[in-house]
Design a protein around this ligand. Structure first.
Ligand SMILES: [Zn+2]
Ligand SMILES: [Zn+2]
Length: 433
């Protein structure tokens, strides 16, 4: 079975999270999107754990809405470790996956020695990455710690501002317990293939969503080939079978930190130019925020275009709401865009059917010719995006011509991976790389 999961999100107890973030809203959003498994997010917060207990019931190591629902929830959360290394302070986010609320209670008891778990859904902890990893793996083989959005300039494993240069530097003797890494929106698998130590981990993609709307959840996700849909099988697949995990990716240019830049001055530059400029903003003379593309160049020990043995597959797409908004030249939450989105959903199984599986004819029938064209362009990597930088999302501009495509991301050969007539997920993941 092809199971699609988005394991990283936040509850209303995290800063900047929408009040619509309830389990009922998440269920609705997941069904619309086509997601089977969602992370609960924020298991470290006692109030959110109470909500889980009140509103969900346990099932195979997952949880489901009391009274029934289609979506399974995995107990997940994110914490930030603060520690000093080489005289500099390092602040790194980690995603944690747990088999039950009981284990979550145990872990929270240990973590509460290092920080105030009530202060935020994603608490700050005064401990090293290794100490956190020890606390997690001590609780069982099915407790996973995953470095979150590993390239984000702030708060990540490889982050240019406050991260480290390797998995070992962060997790020390616990590095062998790191089975997966979350790539984040601003990087895609080919960028991660440049760093050979990542060959040993499973690349995961999640939305890190602060809203339950299908515009946000599942914009990045994991497709896992699972025999049984249990938490134990999911963890085993992540730990031991990376060949059974493919990811759903936005164009990395859509991410908020793809290029180097300075938000308040409206300046953004590609990696090579940023190096020439010494990372200095030409408008105000201050340091720019180093983008993911530049940071990947710094840590890369492989040329661009090399596909490592055993690398995972991925599918590229932007959320349907984003594509409709681009076409309409309107805001995503405008009445026109939302009406068209939910109108289309009345005629299809779910959003992923449109984005991944539907043939062109089916797309045209369900969405109209204008939208069908742009969905195809998004699938094939022909959608022009002005790159995000310093916390500003990238903006889709429209379709590229075939000449433009040749010069761009030549190594990725998107058409090889994405069939014009849509993708059969089962064949897609099983034909091996
Ligand atoms: Zn984070
Ligand atoms: Zn500036």
């Amino acid at each position: 079975m092809m199971i699609i999961s988005d394991l990283h999100m936040h509850s209303p107890y995290s800063r900047a999270t929408s009040k619509d973030m309830t389990f009922k809203a998440l269920e609705r959003g997941a069904v619309a999107k086509g997601l089977h498994i969602l992370g609960t997010g924020d298991f470290t917060h006692p109030r959110w754990r109470e909500a889980i207990k009140r509103e969900l019931v346990e099932e195979g190591g997952f949880y489901r809405l009391r009274g029934g629902g289609k979506t399974l929830f995995a107990v997940t959360g994110e914490v930030c470790t603060n520690f000093e290394l080489g005289g500099r302070s390092r602040r790194i986010h980690h995603l944690i996956l747990l088999p039950s609320l009981e284990v979550a209670e145990q872990l929270c008891e240990a973590l509460s020695q290092h920080g105030d778990l009530l202060s935020d859904g994603r608490p700050n902890l005064a401990m090293t990455g290794a100490e956190l990893a020890e606390a997690v793996v001590e609780l069982g083989d099915d407790c996973l710690i995953v470095p979150a959005h590993i390239w984000t300039p702030w708060f990540s494993l490889y982050g240019a501002h406050g991260g480290v240069n390797s998995i070992r530097e962060c997790y020390e003797e616990y590095a062998p317990h790191i089975y997966a890494a979350e790539t984040g929106l601003s990087s895609d698998p080919p960028m991660n293939w440049r760093v050979s130590e990542l060959d040993n981990v499973t690349l995961l993609s999640n939305s890190d969503s602060h809203s339950a709307h299908p515009w946000r959840i599942g914009r990045e996700a994991n497709i896992m080939d699972m025999k049984e849909v249990t938490y134990a099988e999911m963890v085993d697949t992540i730990k031991c079978h990376k060949e059974k995990v493919a990811t759903i990716e936005v164009d990395p240019a859509y991410g908020k930190y793809h290029w180097t830049g300075h938000r308040s001055c409206g300046v953004s530059v590609p990696p090579r130019r940023a190096v020439v400029m010494n990372g200095i903003c030409p408008v105000c003379g201050r340091k720019m925020t180093k983008g993911v593309a530049e940071r990947v160049e710094e840590l890369a020990d492989r040329e661009e275009g090399v596909v490592p043995k055993g690398s995972q597959k991925f599918i590229r797409m932007l959320p349907l709401c984003e594509l409709i908004a681009t076409l309409a030249g309107k805001d995503v939450f405008s009445t026109e865009v939302q009406r068209r989105y939910w109108g289309i959903l009345n005629h299809v199984k779910n959003e992923y059917e449109v984005l991944i599986e539907a043939s062109y004819d089916r797309l045209e029938e369900a969405c109209g010719a204008d939208l069908a064209r742009i969905v195809l362009a998004s699938r094939e990597g022909r959608l022009e995006i002005s790159p995000g930088y310093d916390g500003v999302y990238g903006t889709p501009k429209g379709e590229l011509t075939s000449d433009d495509v040749k010069g761009r991301n030549a190594s990725e050969a998107p058409k090889e991976r994405l069939l014009r007539g849509g993708t059969n997920l089962e064949e897609y993941i099983n034909d091996g790389r």
